[in-house]
Design a protein around this ligand. Structure first.
Ligand code: ADP
Ligand code: MG
Length: 356
């Protein structure tokens, strides 16, 4: 049975107890709850968002979008710029109104129970919007007040320690580094102990070391029971952190799978040989590598790094009596993969419904 909407106060503002799903880590406590915990932390179905534009065609930023994030998951939404990631996050955060579709967070319906949805979710937006004249302590105190967390239940020092900002407690935010501000935003999103944390491109523009720290924070929160949804346009980030990954392209869900299964699908590399002599056509022995002759002396082969050793390719090329002058390998560009998957998804949709 889904939780009712007539609870009055948002639940997350009630006292935290030792039996909550997040009891193992202090940063991520939620209140013990009479309601059964939902299986789906976030459930989105048939979601559409069309931005009206004064000039030019309206923009369909989300098109019949379906997504379910299970309780406890660390879930990655991966897609290129303009794919619709922030639109989805901003709908969940109630900063953008959806055009149509159903959205549930922690079992609460966005249309019927918006306050409960707000209490169940903490959002770290893509843009850093921290008032430079507040200290981290003041900022978290203010945010706790906004969420109606009673004074004696505020856990500001605990939150600051958890994101590694205890020493910066009284420093003006304008003096914090970009990475520190980002971590402060995570703490800010957690003041009301939401069971679901959403991060929109948390490491865009953050240097490698700080990225690692932020990842550690996110992982710790997730291990402690917080369901995490993050968006990114770095495959590496999703690969490193996430249990499951959805790929969004052009407002459409393009793929959704476990990280392992998805990476296997993306398991593709290219190697380019510069040959010492002209070649008229690729030798038959190289057929398993889908050879492409890109010039008389330029031969491109495709392979799956998980299945094929470089040595096999080199022996095949030498076995075909080709003299190699030079070689280089290419990682498949993520943008290319997005484009391929997106195009395939769109063609499939058009086939199903030619009116689109
Ligand atoms: P992402 O976060 O994946 O980069 P967004 O959700 O920000 O993508 O944007 C999706 C698409 O919607 C883009 O084409 C963007 O230009 C458009 N868009 C976003 N916000 C607005 C808006 N307020 N008005 C008009 N178009 C918008
Ligand atoms: Mg965005």
């Amino acid at each position: 049975m889904p939780p009712d909407g007539d609870q009055g106060e948002p639940r997350a503002a009630s006292p935290a107890g030792p039996d909550g799903p997040n009891a193992r880590m202090s940063l991520a406590r939620t209140a013990p709850d009479a309601h059964p915990l939902p299986d789906a932390a976030v459930a989105v179905s048939g979601l559409n968002k069309t931005y009206k534009r004064r000039k030019g065609a309206d923009k369909r930023a989300l098109v019949d979008f379906d997504l379910t994030i299970r309780r406890g998951e660390l879930f990655g939404l991966l897609g290129p710029n303009g794919a619709g990631k922030s639109t989805l996050i901003n709908i969940l955060a109630q900063l953008v109104n959806k055009t149509s579709g159903n959205v549930k967070v922690w079992g609460f319906d966005l249309d019927r129970e918006p306050r409960q949805v707000a209490a169940a979710i903490g959002v770290v937006p893509q843009e850093l919007n921290i008032d430079p004249f507040f200290t981290p302590y003041e900022l978290l105190d203010l945010q706790s007040g906004l969420y109606g967390v009673p004074r004696k239940e505020r856990r500001i020092d605990e939150l600051l320690a958890a994101v590694g900002l205890a020493e910066q407690r009284e420093v003006y935010a304008r003096q914090l580094s970009g990475g520190m501000r980002r971590r402060l935003m995570v703490a800010k999103a957690m003041v009301h102990s939401p069971p679901v944390l959403v991060l929109d491109e948390p490491t865009a523009g953050v240097d490698v070391e700080l990225r690692q720290q932020l990842w550690a924070n996110v992982r710790a929160l997730n291990r402690a029971g917080t369901t995490v949804l993050l968006t990114t346009h770095y495959l590496e980030e999703a690969e490193e952190l996430c249990d499951r990954i959805a790929i969004i392209g052009d407002g459409r869900l393009v793929a959704c799978d476990t990280t392992e299964a998805l990476l296997a699908r993306l398991d593709h590399k290219e190697i380019i040989f510069t040959l010492a002599a002209d070649l008229a056509s690729p030798p038959a022995a190289l057929a398993p590598f889908n050879p492409e002759l890109q010039g008389p002396r330029r031969l491109k082969l495709h392979y799956h790094p998980s299945r094929t050793q470089m040595g096999e390719i080199l022996s095949a090329v030498q076995g075909a009596d080709l003299q190699i002058a030079d070689l280089s390998t290419l990682e498949t560009d993520l943008e290319d993969i997005f484009l391929q998957l997106t195009r395939a998804a769109r063609e499939a949709t058009v086939r199903q419904d030619p009116r689109r």
